[in-house]
Each structure stands twice: as C-alpha cells, then as structure tokens.
Ligand binder design. Structure first.
Ligand code: ARG
Length: 564
C-alpha cells in the first residue's frame, strides 16, 4: 500500500462514508514544506456537507483518526497533516528496492504490446546533424522507459534514402564523381556533388530532367541506378554507424524511406478509392481545410512521390506489421506541420489508429548562442565533439583518481554520458547551448555529477565489507537527510511513469540529479561507516540509492561506472 492509500483509507474510515476512498485520494495534497508532514487533507470540501467550519472538521478528524502507520496526524488550520512513520516507510521502500534491484519500478502496463519508435533518421549522403543526434538520444531513452513499463519498443531508423535528390546525385556522380574520393570521405564529397548539381539544375532544365530520369529509373528498379544509390547508402552508413557505436545506441530496423518505395501505390490507390485525392495544377492533393491545415501534396505533376507519401505508406505498414498501441516519431519541432498533415490524411482515410501516432518534437541546439551547424565538417564535427568530451572526462579522472584501473573505458562512459545526459535533462521542447565545459563538469546538474555519486556509494560499500543481508535490515531514519533520500526512492516508479506519459526523459534526468544531491547532503552530514547499531541500516539506505541512481542513468542510456 502506498502512502496515499494509507492516508485515504484511514480518512475514509474516520469520515464514515461521507467521501469515497477514491474521492479522498483525489483531494490529498503534498504539503509545500516538509515540516507540514508528508501528505495533507484539505477539509474545505466537507464544510458544506457537514455544516461545520473546515477548521473544526480538521480538528475533529485529527482527534478521531486511527494513526497506525503514522508518526503523528495533526490539524493545522483547515488541513489535516499526516506524518508517515519514517522507519516503517523507509524499511518498506528500501527492502523493495534492494529485493527488486534494477527491476524496481518495472510495470506490466504495456502487456508486451509494440511501440515503434521512429528515431535518428539521418539523410544519406548528407551530414548527420545535431538534430539527428537529439532524436537518437531521446528516442533511445524513450524506448528504454517504455520497455520498463512492459511495452515492446521497436527502434526504427527511418533513413532519408529515397527521392529525386538521389537521382540528381547520380547525375552529378556520372558527370564529376570519382569513386576513390567519395570512398575516402563520403559525406563531404557527396554533399559537394549535391550542392553543385542543384545549382546547375536550377540554371539548366536538361540537368534537372536527367536527375528526374535517374530517380524514375530507381523507382523502376533499374540495376545501374540502384547500384550507385546503394553504394551512396552504404558509404553513408559506415559513417553514421561510427556515431551510433560511440553513442552506444542500436536499432531494430534500418528501414529507410526506400523500404517503402514499393508500398506507396497501395495507399495512393486507397486515398483515390475513398475520393480523397484531388487534382490541383496537375498534382494530386488531399484537402485538409477542415483540419485548418494546408493541403497535403501526395504526388507531383510528374508522378513522383514525396516525403509524406512515404510516411503514409510507413504508417500503414507499421500498423499492419506491429499492430502498435502507439507509434512514436522523435523528430525535430520544425516538422510539426508535416506530422499534423500525415495524421490528418490518415484520419480522413478512416484510420482511427492515427490518433495513436505521436510526434515527439524537440528544440534546437545552439553553440555560443548561434545555430549549431554541421554544414562544414559534418559527421566529423559531432564525432569530434564526442571525442573531446571523452578527453575532458579523462583529464578530470586523471586529477581525481590517477590510479583508476580502466581509465580509458570510464572516460568514454563519462564523456559520452555527459553529452547524452545534458541533452536529456533539458525539457525536450526547449533547446540548449552545446557547451562541453558545462556538460562534462563533475559539479552542477550534470551526468558526471550523478555518476560520481553512484561511484562514491560503491566505494563506500566496498570499504564497508558488510556481510549482512541488507534486504532484511530494519531501516532507522535518524536524520532529515536520510528521510529526504527515502522520499525520493519512493518517488522513482511514479517518475518513470510520468516520463513515459509525457515522453519526457528530462523528468528522470532531473530526478537523478535530485537524488544524487540528496545523497551528497547525507554523505556530508552523516558518518556512514561509523561502527554502531545503525551501520547496516545506513548501508541499506545507500545501497538502495545506488540501485536507483544506476537504473535512472540506464534509462537515459548513460553508464554508471563502479569506480571513477
Ligand atoms: N530524414 C528526416 C530528416 O532528417 C527525418 C525523418 C523522420 N521520420 C519520419 N518518419 N518522417 O529530417
């Protein structure tokens, strides 16, 4: 039974059915300050029914209530304040955490149902942007959070690998490309070709026409066209995979837009049969006026399909293949309109499951206040930033713990973890400034700060060499610092749920910071290893803290080194 249930049940007994347990639970609040107890019941609503002042009602309740499980129950003005019995609360939570370990907070809500997570999705032959990095890191964390709640996340990298631009790129390659140069430095070279040929195509319709024809050939399965396109894709993926390795993120599928090239006819036909396609200047559109949206352009004049056409086919394919409960798209805020249109078209076509598609937008990253640009330097720039983060982590470890055995490994976990953590602690819809100094700092609200708290606990536990089974030690709460920790530990399962409901890993990152701070206060205030009766109780408290810190970090895709 959680504390809210405990309070509601005690109240409902005292109130003799005036309010149902559920009604009471809905009214109970968390007091603003902890000296007003752990939970409070405002008596206002009862005043009318009982024809007494809220103050009088509160006083009466406090006198009559059965206070089993509470340290005390006090009336303060119109409120009844409940102070939980700290020792029994602490013992219960800590035993639960230690017994369940990393499974503390697991739920079966998802019942194994599939949740596709569309994430990362860079465009081949183009730079991997900081936006793609955000999508990768946020998507990975959301997948982990959903998995913890019993869902089966399906991580899909919806690569941008189809469209007329690749026809143009083939044209450019045929004209000026050189295999060896491209192989040596694929993204930079392909981008150069792309920029050059686009400029040319604007001037010269014949070049544009040639690009269009190559794309047409691609769509018709022409061997040469597909061979060159596939090669662009392969060399790009080699580059992208280096980033994924560094980030330690994996995917279930690399099914990009090209995967749906043979699945678009069906949805276009479907829209046609439902009389939703209209001709406008030779192109085919779906009118979305009643959604207050611009018309969705489904096919161009020349019959070529578009980004949204592929996303329509994708959505239908995912519903058919995964029978999802929810289908998530972690894509930057600048595509909000695209996803509104996508859902509206599907809705028009009668697919009610389109309501289960969720666009999860995120904000932009700046550097020194300016837009973070990967235009020049490209993938390399992001990789360099990650490497630089690792270097900085290594320097700090060198200072703090020069004898650490697996320094290189730990520096990677700390450096890369710092970048991820910083991204994830930001409210998703906000942007942030990419500042490595701040990210990799061991002080402040950072990943390394949380990792360090965890490693410090591990080192205390190693020193303690305790032989007792912490799972059975009764926990004694002898100071407010310990009680703070206990309250956070209790909050963890709820935090995970809120993070899932809001698609907001930042709730877990902020939680982890608070828990690490609470531990550091405890550490500063209490002599944990002192040999007295409460030693085992203290060890139980900190070992539960370590479990939850580590699990919080895991949900963010950040490692928790034992030593640093
Ligand atoms: N490739 C796109 C881009 O870089 C993102 C794709 C997102 N996923 C989707 N199903 N549309 O902007």
């Amino acid at each position: 039974m959680n504390e809210k249930q405990l309070v509601s049940q005690a109240l409902s007994k005292t109130l003799d059915g005036v309010l149902e347990v559920e009604q009471i639970a809905a009214i109970i609040e968390k007091p603003k300050s902890s000296d007003l107890g752990d939970l409070a019941f405002p008596a206002f609503q009862l005043a009318k029914v009982l024809r007494k002042s809220p103050q009088a009602i509160a006083t009466e309740i406090a006198e009559k209530i059965d206070s089993t499980g509470f340290e005390k129950v006090l009336a303060v003005g119109p409120y009844v304040n409940f102070f939980l019995d700290k020792n029994s609360t602490a013992t219960q939570v800590i035993h639960d955490v230690i017994a369940k370990g990393k499974h503390y907070g697991d739920e079966q809500t998802g019942a194994g149902r599939n949740v596709p997570v569309d994430m990362s999705a860079p465009n081949i032959a183009k730079p991997f942007s900081i936006g793609h990095l955000r999508s990768t890191v946020i998507g990975d964390s959301i997948a982990k959070i959903y998995e913890k709640l019993g869902y089966n996340p399906v991580k899909i990298n919806h690569l941008g690998d189809w469209g007329k631009q690749f026809g143009l790129l083939i044209t450019a390659y045929k004209k000026y490309g050189d295999e060896a140069t491209i192989t040596a430095n694929p993204i930079d070279e392909l981008l150069k070709l792309y920029v050059q040929i686009n400029a040319e195509a604007k001037e010269n319709p014949a070049v544009d026409e040639e690009g269009r024809e190559w794309f047409l050939k691609m769509e018709q399965g022409d061997e040469e066209a597909l061979r060159i396109w596939k090669w662009f894709s392969d060399v790009s993926l080699i580059e992208f995979n280096r980033i994924y390795d560094k980030l330690d993120v994996t995917f279930d599928y690399f099914t990009g837009e090209s995967f749906y090239s043979d699945k678009m006819d069906a949805i276009v036909e479907d829209l046609e049969n439902k009389n939703l396609l209209h001709e406008s200047k030779g192109a085919l559109i779906v009118d979305l006026e009643k959604y207050n949206l611009n018309p969705a352009l489904i096919k161009k004049t020349d019959g070529a399909t578009l980004y949204i056409t592929r996303d329509l086919a994708t959505a239908v394919y995912r519903k058919k293949t995964f029978d999802f409960v929810k289908s998530l798209y972690v894509v930057g805020g600048e595509q909000t309109n695209h996803f509104k249109q996508l859902k509206a078209v599907l809705k028009e076509a009668g697919y009610d499951w389109s309501d289960d598609m969720v666009h999860i937008p995120f904000g932009m990253v700046t550097q020194g206040g300016k837009k973070f640009s990967t235009r020049k330097g490209h993938v390399v720039k992001l990789e360099m930033a990650l490497d630089e983060a690792v270097d900085r982590a290594e320097k700090q470890i060198e200072e703090k713990n020069p004898n650490l055995a697996n320094k290189v490994e730990v520096a990677k976990q700390v450096g890369v973890g710092a970048v991820k953590f910083y991204d994830l602690k930001t409210d998703r819809k906000n942007g942030y400034d990419f500042d490595l100094d701040e990210m990799v700092s061991f002080e402040g609200e950072t990943g390394p700060y949380v990792q360090y708290a965890h490693a410090r606990i591990q080192s205390i536990l190693r020193k303690a060499e305790q032989k007792v089974n912490l799972e059975e030690v009764p926990v004694v709460v002898s100071d407010s610092e310990a009680w703070e920790i206990v309250k956070f530990l209790k909050e963890f399962p709820n935090t995970v749920k809120r993070a899932a409901d809001n698609y907001e890993p930042s709730l877990i990152a902020k939680y982890a910071i608070s828990l690490a701070q609470a531990f550091n206060k405890y550490y500063a205030h209490v002599r944990i290893l002192e040999k007295n009766d409460e030693l085992a109780s203290r060890l139980a408290l900190i070992s539960a803290t370590a479990v939850v810190l580590k699990e919080s970090l895991r949900l963010l895709g950040v490692a928790a080194p034992e030593n640093m």
